[in-house]
Design a protein. Structure first.
Ligand SMILES: [Zn+2]
Ligand SMILES: [Zn+2]
Length: 315
């Protein structure tokens, strides 16, 4: 399906620590806001308070959990509690690897005295696709020593550019007929005492790709498996628990180093790399960024908590 309007696409880094929170960093939680939709990717402890600090509001439509390590899901309980106190009645959808139905049951059970909305659960596996209005979220298997997933949010393609001059030269009057052509409908125009049809493909360029965000969750490098769904992404949010000096440790505990994240970004040909899940052992991420840049010439960031990134269209 083609979409006419360019929805805004914002990424709020609500939690960028790994395993343990620090005074500066909260546990994993990435909010992606596209138009009126809000998705959370992982929901670490204290996520709802980070939403207050970042002033994002609480209109969460769905939560995607990458795996069942507690640093990635404990915040769901507090979030559900807060949403209920704020009067939410719409269902909250929880997506995650096998175990998500039991998890949703636990959230409902633990908050049972206050919860005023239903908690729904959707099990995701390698290759599962969740469809939303104008975009999809696709799951891919990652390498983390337990069953774990990463997610790719892909927008549907946008229509090609509308060639206004060409339309006018074909006899289409500016106004509502332009809109119909842009929506893919042929329109009739008077010519030589009769009517001829102008087809959309005569006045529209080829469809343009939508934007794409890939979030790996916790994992060893997996770029060789995800080229098809994550290649050319606008933003790759990659596990960078360690810097390259702790490479052995990264392998041992099924995480990635910043250098490995950089190599993944280069292999996938992404535009921007965000390093997250920073181990509390580091007080600075300067080394992480340096390590990633050795492999990747695109933009590298180690976002601080509460920072926001806007993803523009490429053209
Ligand atoms: Zn983790
Ligand atoms: Zn983990």
């Amino acid at each position: 399906m083609l979409h006419l309007t360019g929805e805004t696409l914002h990424v709020h880094f609500l939690g960028t620590a790994g395993a343990l929170p620090t005074p500066q960093r909260n546990l994993p939680c990435i909010m992606v806001r596209r138009g009126a939709d809000t998705l959370l990717f992982d929901c670490g402890e204290g996520a709802q308070q980070q939403m207050m600090r970042a002033r994002t509001g609480f209109t969460v439509n769905a939560v995607f959990i990458t795996h069942w390590h507690a640093d990635h899901f404990l915040g769901t309980f507090g979030l559900a509690q807060t949403l209920s106190f704020m009067g939410r009645t719409e269902p909250l959808a929880l997506y995650g690897p096998p175990g998500v139905h039991e998890f949703a049951g636990m959230v409902a059970e633990l908050c049972r005295n206050t919860l005023r909305f239903p908690v729904k659960s959707v099990e995701m596996r390698d290759g599962s696709v969740a469809e939303f209005g104008g975009y999809t979220v696709r799951a891919f298997a990652t390498l983390h020593g337990i069953q774990s997933l990463g997610y790719v949010l892909s927008e549907d393609p946008r229509p090609g550019r509308f060639d206004r001059e060409r339309a006018v030269s074909l006899g289409v009057k500016p106004g509502p007929l332009f809109g119909r052509l842009q929506r893919g409908e042929p329109v009739g125009v008077p010519r030589d005492g009769g009517e001829v049809m102008v087809r959309p493909e005569e006045v529209m360029g080829p469809p343009r790709p939508g934007r794409r965000i890939c979030y790996t969750g916790d994992t060893r490098p997996v770029e060789d498996r995800i080229g098809e769904i994550a290649g050319g992404a606008d933003l790759l949010i990659h596990d960078a628990t360690f810097d390259d000096r702790d490479r052995d440790r990264a392998e041992e505990v099924h995480h990635s180093t910043a250098g490995e994240a950089g190599a993944a970004a280069a292999a996938l040909g992404v535009r921007t790399l965000a390093l997250v899940h920073i181990s509390p052992r580091y007080t600075s991420t300067a080394g992480h960024v340096e390590d990633a840049k050795r492999h990747f010439s695109g933009e590298v960031i180690a976002p601080s908590d509460l920072s926001m990134l806007e993803i523009p269209f490429r053209d």
